[in-house]
Design a protein around this ligand. Structure first.
Ligand SMILES: Cc1cc2nc3c(=O)[nH]c(=O)nc-3n(C[C@H](O)[C@H](O)[C@H](O)COP(=O)(O)O)c2cc1C
Length: 377
């Protein structure tokens, strides 16, 4: 099991000192979200296995965990995949189910089905850029039809008792920034939190998130505002909280590179120097993830596929990892995968450290990644 570092030499540590001064939690309804940095939903990535892994790494200090986005069409037609995607473990609480769709009645129906699982919150996705979602008016398609977005939120609010949140992009395009209108709708229709991915739909996953817009929304908001986009390291969490004044942040792709980031921020908040992963931590992550995957998947080939997806991200930028990653991605069995992994870590003479910042977050390649389960290296 991962260890929580002892409080040692933390006095005077620059990050610990900065962490002492920032807001560390916020409320959704009456529920405390601590720490105020949590795992952003990522379709094809943040399934129950990945979420449980992250929760275990942080010893339960993950703030909030959110399902992948789930189609209300699928839910209301009892599509087995959609029903499965709602499953969560007790260790994941507080847990939110994110739904997408475009038609208010069906959204309300889907939200009720979600609530019946016993989840703590329901979130409406107003950010997905994929044409197959947007063309039906869902995801970021709702940003082009704000009356319908309002109608959806109203219907969902009326259908469920649990707090409802919404996650938006800042707009459809640079010419159509909808952030302040969607914030107003969220407040008027009684959303309990407002999550902002700081890109437009037109950007996809390219370029950088616009945190100035996020800060402006926060300064106008009467409900908690969570900022999201381009957070890679624990320092980035502090910087976003310090500079933009948001109530919390969500971390997406950065958590695939560094699934320890939630443990690290919680440690800082508790006055501890965050633990930097060493060889044993990496190996623990892979074996724990494999065990969690085996609980959900019968076929070794599927487990292996997910392990490769993780290796592609987590080893990026590590010393000498480029060729190790290639061989891992070509491995034919779990046994071969773990042999190669052990051999790679055995070959490291120095402690594990990243050679380069993983700066581009695979930018631009994400649309494919989100809607097939194929990983683009
Ligand atoms: C592979 C992938 C799948 C995603 N799926 C979802 C999703 O299901 N629901 C959602 O609200 N956002 C989804 N997103 C967007 C992320 O939650 C987040 O807003 C975005 O990646 C920006 O944050 P980041 O820079 O920290 O990655 C997805 C992003 C990626 C990369």
């Amino acid at each position: 099991m991962p260890k929580v570092p002892a409080i040692q030499d933390a006095v005077g540590h620059p990050l610990v000192e900065r962490a002492a001064k920032v807001q560390k939690e916020f409320l959704i309804g009456s529920r405390r979200i601590y720490p105020n940095a949590y795992l952003a939903p990522m379709s094809g990535v943040t399934d129950i296995c990945f979420r449980r892994l992250v929760s275990r790494l942080a010893q339960g200090r993950t703030g909030l965990l959110v399902s992948e986005f789930i189609s209300v069409e699928g839910l209301t037609r009892e599509n087995p995949k959609s029903m499965r995607q709602m499953a969560f473990a007790a260790e994941e609480r507080p847990f939110s189910i994110q739904i997408f769709g475009a038609e208010a009645k069906r959204m309300a129906w889907g939200a009720k089905i979600a609530e019946d699982t016993g989840c703590d919150f329901v979130e409406i996705n107003c950010g997905c850029p994929a044409p197959k979602v947007v063309n039906k008016g869902g995801g970021s398609g709702l940003l082009k039809d704000l009356p319908n977005l309002a109608a959806n939120l109203r219907a969902v609010k009326a259908a469920v008792q649990v707090p409802v949140t919404i996650k938006v992009r800042v707009g459809w395009s640079d010419d159509l920034i909808t952030l302040f209108d969607t914030l107003k709708i969220a407040e008027e229709e009684g959303a309990s939190a407002f999550v902002i991915h700081g890109r437009t739909r037109a950007q996809g996953y390219r370029g950088l998130a616009n945190w100035d817009l996020i800060a402006e929304a926060k300064s106008r908001a009467s409900i908690p505002v969570i900022g999201n986009g381009d957070i890679l390291r624990v320092e980035d969490i502090l910087q976003r909280l310090e500079t933009y004044g948001v109530d919390g942040v969500a971390v997406g792709r950065g958590a695939m590179h560094n699934p320890w980031i939630f443990a690290q921020i919680a440690d800082l908040y508790e006055g501890r120097v965050p633990h930097l992963p060493v060889r044993e931590d990496f190996l623990w992550v892979f074996t724990e993830y494999r065990d969690l995957l085996r609980e959900e998947m019968d076929l070794e080939v599927r487990v292996l596929g997910k392990l490769k997806q993780m290796a592609a991200r987590i080893l990026k930028g590590l010393r000498g990892a480029a060729s190790a990653r290639l061989s891992l991605l070509r491995s034919q069995s779990e046994a071969e995968f773990f042999d190669l992994l052990n051999a790679y870590f055995d070959s490291l003479s120095a402690p594990v450290s990243r050679l380069e910042e993983v700066a581009d977050l695979n930018g631009g390649e994400e649309e494919e990644l989100s809607f097939g389960n194929t990983f683009k290296n």
